[in-house]
Ligand binder design. Sequence first.
Ligand code: ADP
Ligand code: MG
Length: 596
Amino acid sequence: MKRKWLVAVGCLALVVAPLVLPDFYTTLLIYTGLASIVVLGLVVLTGVGGMTSFGQATFVGLSAYTTGAISTTLGWSPWVTLPIAVLLTCLAAAVIGLLTVRLSGHYLVLGTVAWSVGLYYLFGNLPFLGGYNGISDIPPITFFGFSLAGSRPSYYLIWAVVAVAVVCTMNLLDSRTGRAIRSLRNPVLAESFGIDIYRLRLPVFIYAAFLAAISGWLYAHYFRFVNPAPFGFDGSIDYAFMLVLGGATQVFGAIVGAFVLVVGKMLLQIGLTHVLPGPVHWDQIFFGLLIIGLFHHARSGILSARRMGAASPDNHEADTEDTVWIPAEIPCRFSSSQANALAAQPSATLRVEKVSRRFGSLLAVNGVSFDAAPGQVVGVIGPNGAGKSTLFNLIAGTLSVDQGEVWLGEHCLSRLSPHQVIRHRVARTFQHVQLRPGQSVLSNVALGAHWLGRKGFIASLLRLDRHEERMLKARAMAAIERAGLKDVAFADAHTLPLGRQRVVEIARALSASPSVLLLDEPAAGLRHQEKRALGALIQQLREEGLTVLIVEHDMEFLMDLVDKIVVVNFGTKLCEGMPQTVQSDPQVIETYLGAE
Ligand code: ADP
Ligand code: MG
């Protein structure tokens, strides 16, 4: 509520500002608006998606130069050059993105620096772009014959664009695609629930470039002059600072960050040139110190979530009990015809055939074979380091097999990547809990249903995904209820005790409509009552014909639950059989049970 009021007051202030402020301040707000549009792209790309870019100014420049060059040489209207500039920039982003987004960490950062520096020199050295002097006399934007040359009309145009960009970005983040983008920071998790991370990274990259292109177009026709200076590396660094100042993951943080940097820098410049002598750029030194101070004391930015009254820093899905709609009956299949067909496949037997996996000199899994039929619960036991989790990773496609094969009915899973394995309805939990921080249980669980939906980037931006989104959320809510988490559905998943976080993982796997469920130590950290509830849930799933594979150390819990136990030690299968038989096997007693 507090947040809504702040936004309303902010909007009102922005509408009134140019009417009461001197021109100089209106110009500063225009700068702020232009930068906000670029930083909004960075919120999605870097803040939420985890891809750091130090090259956004280049995209602004590419678009500004394109529209500037065409409108001055050919005399075309800015409205005609707009799609050209935006398309060209997005095309360049697609090409650069294809080369860059597969990189990660500091390689990605250096990649963006490389092309930003390269293109800066290109702008400066192409004679037909005016070299370092740039292009002048760019025509202003006209609107039904009315020129938007002055600062007030430009101001309103630019801030109207900011408003549209804010709304679209918020739509994007509050959607199936948004959940997928938020999971990009955890590639193993994202892939396990059907997200092809490289395929998603590219449109995210292009979206950020698209916003930069819009900003570049507005820039060129407002200033009516372009030269390479603002589009170099310094410019990109400024955008990155604005992002961090505003809190990186927050949509409104983009505007606040841009405002603080633009206005702060200008005021410092004016203030300090009067006070301190010489050609030294005191303002830049001061600004650097201020930023270091900020990083020490408010790392999550000026708009830290607590102060804004938001649920959590990263929570862009603002569901509450009142807004989530739970239909009487949730169709298992909806929207995506391909997912429909896959979800309708009858359950089949999982066959693990002589799979092996090596890590360097360590043979973590060594020729393990076993079957698990629909309606069977199979326990996998063995001492720590025996290779149980690795075995699960091989089945789920998280790790590739060195030798052997995994089959589900007539489908071979062992050549597929994890985002394809889930399409065969094999869902999993992780031994080390993998939940997205700052997001509700519901949002985390809804990621499980990702592969059942189809609506993509553009539908999300324009909010054309509501029906499907409600279905996905409804599926997630149903899974949450089954797992006994209804009381915490809207809580931040990370605030739950670790045991319950594991149950959230089970709910997430269930919302994927699985036929095979891989549970890696699901009962660890659960209290007695919670264990019993989990046992009952697994029984129920078995009756519904699911295949459940479960790694667990609590033998008492397993014995009542499983149809069969597979014992592994040092990556090799020792034996398999009924719980009672296995329990009395001398080899098993010696290596595992005896030690307990
Ligand atoms: P378990 O789940 O049975 O406790 P794991 O499957 O996690 O055992 O690990 C089996 C062995 O493989 C351990 O010795 C572990 O250190 C090693 N291992 C697991 N994952 C990796 C990896 N990604 N890189 C190198 N070694 C690994
Ligand atoms: Mg393990």
